[in-house]
Design a protein. Structure first.
Length: 135
């Protein structure tokens, strides 16, 4: 299993069952909707991902490798004032373009191994829950 797939699995495991004081999350994973090779046109992909970004309450970015394509979504979400959580490997550089986007970052999680990533998922759940209940 790739790190990206592992990350997606952890995000879903952390957020989908979350329900505290009326706060719950629906996880939208672009890879399940508009993955390369799908029958969506380029216009469809942009429109679908644009809508998901601007309607989100929170966006979680896995930015371990520069040039993964999260830059567009990051700017769209920032323009819509959607806060973000950033997750990246401790030893990996994060794109300066991504870091330079003016966006409210409520949490940054750096990890070295699978244990750190799972532990980061728990921290992510607590931080997101606190942020959403405060807002």
């Amino acid at each position: 299993e790739t790190e990206c797939c592992q990350f997606r699995r952890i995000v879903k495991r952390v957020f989908e069952p979350y329900d505290y004081e009326g706060i719950s999350f629906r996880v939208y994973d672009p890879a399940e909707q508009t993955r390369p090779g799908s029958l969506h046109t380029a216009d469809d992909v942009y429109a679908i991902n644009y809508e998901q970004c601007v309607r989100a309450d929170l966006v979680v970015y896995h930015v371990t490798t520069p040039s993964l394509g999260v830059g567009c979504e990051s700017q769209i979400a920032a323009d819509a004032t959607v806060p973000r959580v950033v997750v990246a490997r401790a030893d990996a550089p994060v794109s300066r373009m991504f870091e330079g986007v003016f966006s409210t970052t409520i949490q940054t999680i750096r990890f070295q191994n699978e244990h750190d990533l799972v532990d980061g998922g728990s921290k992510l759940q607590r931080g997101a829950g606190e942020f959403c209940s405060a807002g």
